[in-house]
Write a protein that binds this ligand. Structure first.
Ligand code: ATP
Ligand code: MG
Ligand code: MG
Length: 479
């Protein structure tokens, strides 16, 4: 992808916009872009710089994303809606073409990284609830106030607000330069090495030998200098294409969730624990590159595989409930460490059919109005509403899965299933709205820091309108 029309090869200490932004390290990547931690020399703060691929299609997508990001920022002047803020944008010319660059407030790790740090065992339920509140506040804002559908909700697109100063992130100490390398470099408040030691020694997890190793490595890196940490070939740089496999990537490569787990590497258990502790669980939605409107959509091909809702698989109309489906998948994944649906192609059936089968095994048989009305319904269902190639469904309801497969206590399992099953309703119009989810006891009994845009009194009315039984697309405008 590092060729004409593709990614721009970024090097540590490169500058953008006439020297204003100085690259520090890689934060992540996606199909459209690579994303970098940069030092803003004008405002003296860390920012995230998203450098889009340069082909026309990507440039147009970036321009659309910028328009959407501006609307999102305009409606949220107090920064309370749990959505990332666009700070600046510009174009950058390089050997592979002209790249649209977007500058965002710097956020921390994405939720997939958090799940990895739990060793795929799931994170504590109080943290899951806290994260859910933030995602729901963002969805309520997008759906209800802006009539927007995110369409690509997945753990990689939800970012935590890390408490760690990015220059002191222990994962990068000894692996890459932590501070700006230009003359604009801010003075470190504290030696980053001291910081890891103080963090880790509070846990008592570092042996003398380990400390010695870290110091030695840090010294080696300091001697090597900043410029060698190139984007394309460094082992230590985070999120290189091909290194950290996103679920989307797994889908494209035909890989399973199991293989996705193998990309969990690099960090010691102590570091993981510290990073988990550094999270106060506030988070924000990012990546509005595929966002559309309830009244204007660009494609029927939306959502990353594991988070894709039945109406999209079946080629029916979709709207804001599609995001709620993905939200429920994320919530389950946070709580258990496992993807909720992980479909595969079989000898006799397609991945889509397997996906529908997994949904029915968990949630029951799909109603006729769902199995008959999508433009692809005939591909999967016969006239009796049975799948064409998968006959035997092994029913395993969610609350039982939570107990029997994931070792949940009966009560926790029941409470979580009570919250999730209505959101995983096959009829999209019957799924609760984000504001209603915020009022569900599973969420509202926990600490509540943010308010939905719809007061609970109005929620009932919104519900009865949304649940009309015609199967027509709901229209959230003005709701
Ligand atoms: P996709 O393939 O999902 O469409 P994309 O190319 O549109 O991805 P983003 O999802 O916007 O790119 O960003 C890619 C990754 O970069 C994110 O998953 C996240 O890990 C990291 N990232 C993005 N924005 C920020 C930010 N503001 N702060 C910190 N990291 C970020
Ligand atoms: Mg993304
Ligand atoms: Mg994107």
């Amino acid at each position: 992808d590092y060729r004409r029309g593709g990614y721009h090869a970024v090097q540590i200490s490169d500058t953008f916009k006439n020297g204003r932004y100085v690259i520090q390290r890689k934060l992540g990547w996606g199909h459209f872009s690579t994303v970098w931690l940069a030092w803003d020399t004008e405002k003296s703060l860390y920012v995230a710089l998203k450098v889009q691929k340069s082909a026309r299609h990507y440039t147009e997508a970036a321009m659309d994303e910028i328009k959407i990001l501006k609307l999102i920022a305009d409606g949220d002047p107090d920064d309370k809606k749990c959505v990332v803020k666009l700070l600046d944008h510009f174009k950058h010319s390089g050997p592979n073409g002209q790249h649209v660059c977007m500058v965002f407030q710097y956020l921390g790790d994405n939720l997939l990284t958090l799940i990895k740090y739990s060793d795929y065992k799931g994170i504590p339920l109080h943290m899951v609830k806290e994260i859910c509140v933030h995602i729901l506040v963002a969805l309520d804002y997008l759906h209800n106030k802006l009539s927007m559908i995110h369409t690509d909700l997945k753990p990689e697109n939800v970012l935590l607000l890390s408490m760690l100063d990015p220059s002191k992130d222990p994962r990068y100490t000894g692996a890459s330069p932590l501070l700006p390398t230009s003359k604009s470099k801010p003075k470190p408040e504290q030696d980053p090495l001291e910081t890891i030691e103080s963090i880790q020694s509070t846990n008592g997890n570092l042996t003398k030998n380990q400390k010695k190793k870290i110091k030695k490595k840090a010294k080696r890196v300091a001697q090597k200098g900043a410029g060698e940490e190139a984007s394309g070939d460094s082992e230590s740089s985070m999120g290189l294409p091909g290194q950290e496999e996103s679920s989307h990537e797994a889908e494209l490569n035909g890989n399973s969730a199991e293989q996705r787990k193998k990309s969990n590497r690099g960090h010691s258990p102590a570091t993981r624990q510290n990073l988990l502790k550094s999270v106060d669980a506030k988070c924000k939605l990012v990546d509005f590159g595929n966002t559309c409107w309830t009244y204007k959509q660009f494609t029927s091909d939306i959502q990353t595989r594991q988070y894709r809702c039945p109406e999209v698989i079946l080629g029916s109309k979709y709207s804001t409930p599609a995001d709620l489906w993905s939200f429920a998948c994320i919530c389950f994944e946070l709580a258990t460490g496992d993807v909720l649906f992980d479909p595969h192609t079989g000898d006799k059936y397609s991945k889509d059919e397997d996906h529908l089968a997994q949904m029915m095994e968990l949630l029951g048989i799909m109603p006729r109005k769902i199995t008959q009305h999508g433009c692809r319904s005939n591909e999967f269902f016969n006239r009796n509403g049975n799948l064409r190639h998968i006959r035997e469904l092994k029913v395993w309801p969610l609350n039982k899965v939570l107990v029997e497969k994931y070792g949940f206590g009966e009560e926790d399992a029941k409470d979580l299933a009570d919250f999730l099953v209505p959101i995983l309703e096959f009829v999209p119009e019957k799924r609760p709205k984000a504001a209603q989810c915020l009022n569900h006891p599973w969420i509202s009994s926990g600490p509540r820091l943010l308010e939905p845009s719809v007061p609970s009194g109005q929620v009932q009315a919104a519900d009865s309108e949304a649940c009309d039984d015609t199967g027509a697309e709901i229209d959230d405008r003005g709701g």
